[in-house]
Write a protein that binds this ligand. Sequence first.
Ligand code: SAM
Length: 258
Amino acid sequence: MKMTYDDYKMMFDSFNSSEGYYQACKILSFDSLWREKEDYRNKMESSIKETLNRLGKSKMRGADVCCGDYAWVPRHFSDYFSDIYCVDIDSRALDSEVVRVKKNCIVLNQNADQVDIHVDFLFSGNNVYEYFILNIANCVNPNGTIFLMKPLEGDDISLRSISKGYDINQRNSESNKISNLLSKYFKTSEKEVVFNWDYSNVNLDRLLASLSVVSFGERTLFDDGQYAKSVDYLKKKCKGDTLTLTQICKIWEGVKDG
Ligand SMILES: C[S@@+](CC[C@H](N)C(=O)[O-])C[C@H]1O[C@@H](n2cnc3c(N)ncnc32)[C@H](O)[C@@H]1O
């Protein structure tokens, strides 16, 4: 596996735009086999069906907050919803094919801490932050469901800490604050799950450049020292030409008080 800083930098530059960001998201989402994707999908679907049963409805109003261009709820579950609010601060995410094709999507180009909607099922995955929890909690109707997923640990987070000195503990502290805030309004269950992504025939420069624009808090071009440390780290995660990236994520599932 030949890697060079110049290749990494060239790819970083190509992803370092609003359009490039979503290209990098697609590489991270689709160029791999996500081993537990079906389990995650099933968990979300059970939660949606339980919500419909609890409310005695055949369809409900839902929201996918910080939907990104993958847009989980419209992509996999649109038939369970009369309308789905797709909320993202970046308008390009809302121009994704899935959001355009599904006819029940309502696009809201807003910050999650400002959005003012009322839904029976609210999903937010990956980018879940304490600063908007109270606002999105207010968006869920009585007896409705909130379903959140946030990575707590993982190879992308370790890379961020090795290369940029990011403090991993702040994630656990934020996660505890999220649990406390949710417990004021919801009967919540929480669970930690392990996710693995296998990238076969991986181009490590391309993958590291994708992580650098999507996964390190803000777009971050590593200098050559940070690049060398990251390459060492990633090479240890490879078996042959397959790289496996792992995350431990927390899933919160809560039913709003009646
Ligand atoms: C990694 S992407 C998509 C994640 C997607 N929900 C998933 O589970 O795969 C994260 C998205 O969150 C959006 N985002 C981040 N902070 C936000 C905020 N405060 N309000 C709304 N959207 C936000 C970004 O613009 C980006 O499109």
